[in-house]
Design a protein around this ligand. Structure first.
Ligand code: ADP
Ligand code: ADP
Length: 227
């Protein structure tokens, strides 16, 4: 479980991006943070893996304060997927997926085999493994981004608008494949979006944020639909 306890982030210019946020993201479930641009979604996500330090409050991972965890432990245990895949442009698809496991010291042949399996699981044609990111469509790049984040088999995945930059038809495919994959893998996921329909479709629970970084509501999608 990921728990935010009274977390506030005030940037040096005085902007309060996240204001006294407390919420729990249960293990094996998808928690969606939804709200308009500027409500503090990305800031909240980046505080979990300590890309950003909270000003006050604590974030814990299975009861451990992330502020006291080693960077290597956070990197290994938390996968991260962003809007424009963020792939290494000068590495092939297979090398993009293999990079993190190799850095973690996993065996080369084994890593390659697992990377190919992952590409298949996220619905990418294995024939694309030797291509460079620029030779793929936006939707295909996002699939590689998801495969790369899964490669180190992290128990936690942070996803920041991963499907927002592709056209609606591809987005729906990616969402469906993501739900199917999550059904098999059961990761603890925090998923950020500004799209309430996407939040309701994907979330086991949905946290609605307001500008100023306040939590307005946290509920199951069925509750949000009926209120
Ligand atoms: P969201 O992901 O919901 O769009 P962000 O977390 O990116 O929101 O931003 C929340 C607020 O913090 C916004 O008002 C944004 O302008 C501000 N902000 C984000 N990053 C910085 C920064 N490095 N310095 C100052 N203000 C920032
Ligand atoms: P999408 O419908 O997902 O946006 P695109 O129209 O971008 O897809 O791409 C359609 C097909 O063309 C894809 O199979 C993609 O792999 C291929 N493709 C796109 N850009 C290139 C490129 N620069 N070189 C080779 N193949 C490409």
């Amino acid at each position: 479980m990921i728990a935010f306890d009274g977390v506030t982030k005030k940037y040096p210019d005085g902007t309060v991006a996240v204001d006294d946020l407390s919420l729990e993201a249960p293990s094996g479930k998808i928690t969606v943070l939804v709200g308009p641009s500027g409500c503090g979604k990305t800031t909240s996500l980046r505080m979990i893996n300590r890309m950003i330090q909270p000003t006050s409050g604590t974030i814990s991972l299975d009861g451990k304060d992330t502020g006291r965890m080693k960077e290597s432990e956070l990197r290994r245990g938390i996968g991260y997927v962003i809007q424009h895949a963020g792939l290494f442009p000068h590495r092939t698809v297979i090398d993009n997926v293999s990079t993190v496991p190799r850095l973690l010291g996993m065996d080369k042949t084994e890593t390659r085999k697992r990377s190919m399996e992952l590409l298949e699981r996220v619905g990418l044609d294995p024939a694309f493994a030797q291509r460079y990111p620029a030779q793929l469509s936006g939707g295909q790049q996002q699939r590689v981004g998801v495969a790369r984040a899964l490669a180190a088999d992290p128990p936690v995945m942070l996803m920041d608008e991963p499907f927002s930059a592709v056209d609606p038809v591809v987005r729906e495919q990616l969402q469906d494949e993501f739900l199917r994959l999550q059904g098999e893998l059961g990761k603890t996921i925090i998923f950020v979006t500004h799209d309430i329909d996407e939040a309701i479709k994907l979330g086991d629970q949905v946290a609605v944020l307001k500008v100023g970084g306040h939590l307005a509501q946290i509920a199951e999608p069925a509750y949000l639909l009926s209120h």
